[in-house]
Design a protein around this ligand. Structure first.
Ligand SMILES: [Zn+2]
Length: 262
């Protein structure tokens, strides 16, 4: 049994994060110094218990299939379906949905103007984007230890275990993934390492600036999966990450998209 503590060292900075909410029995902590909202579910639970989390993929697929499509769309959960549902998506559906993904839209714009050839979809899930883009001749691979898909362009391993050489990618995108990552700083450092100098990392995850969070606080839908949504960012937290992981800059669009430049 884990004792609930009022303060714990922040995972991003040298600050002490303070106990803020308990959601489904799991405490969240907020760091007053870097404004990072975090829980310690992965640090506090044994491997066996954490392994259960993987089956949440199935739960989410069911949620997507059972949910009210209008409400799901408003909350952007169709992307969750795209990432996690085992449904065989048609190319047309995938492209229609992708138009609603800020990271993808941004990447498409940048691809036209800049040299973005070798790409990585970090946390690719079923790999629908990888498979669609490969059909268009894009040199892209996916990395996802929980991917249920067997495909030569999808590495079903953690990022460090993929042993990717430094400077491999022109661009990396990661869509609705970084909220699941417990070792945030290490992950950003590794993502930066495998980008070429001048490469771009697009991170799509809901941030605390989301008006829904401001209004709903601990009832915010993004916080209702505390076993898997362990890291919730803000502009301040992402600036701190950029600084500590050694990115040249970070810019923001809306409440979901951040663009890190190496
Ligand atoms: Zn902090």
């Amino acid at each position: 049994m884990i004792q609930e503590r009022t303060r714990r060292p922040c995972k991003l900075c040298t600050g002490q994060s303070e106990h803020l909410y308990v959601i489904q029995g799991i405490p969240y902590y907020s760091c007053p110094r870097c404004d990072f909202l975090q829980n310690f579910y992965w640090e506090d639970h044994e491997h066996g218990e954490r392994a259960q989390v993987v089956t949440n993929e199935e739960a989410r697929a069911r949620l997507w299939q059972a949910g009210d499509p209008k409400q799901m769309r408003e909350k952007g959960w169709e992307m969750l379906g795209l990432m996690t549902s085992p449904v065989a998506w048609t190319s047309r559906t995938v492209h229609t949905l992708l138009k609603r993904v800020p990271a993808y839209e941004e990447w498409t714009k940048r691809r036209a103007k800049t040299r973005l050839r070798r790409l990585l979809d970090f946390g690719c899930g079923h790999g629908v984007i990888v498979r669609e883009l490969r059909k268009e001749g894009v040199e892209i691979i996916g990395v996802d230890p929980f991917s249920p898909t067997s495909h030569p362009s999808i590495l079903r391993t953690s990022l460090p275990e993929a042993h990717i050489p430094a400077g491999t990618f022109d661009g990396i995108f990661t869509i609705e993934v970084m909220e699941h990552i417990p070792n945030v700083l290490e992950t950003f450092v590794e993502l930066r390492r495998i980008l070429r100098p001048g490469g771009v990392l697009l991170v799509q995850t809901r941030r605390l600036e989301d008006p829904e969070y401001v209004r709903e606080r601990d009832h915010w839908f993004y916080l209702q999966e505390p076993q898997t949504h362990v890291s919730i960012y803000s502009v301040t937290a992402m600036r701190r990450i950029a600084e500590r992981a050694g990115f040249r800059s970070v810019a923001f669009r809306g409440v979901k998209l951040a663009r890190f430049l190496k």
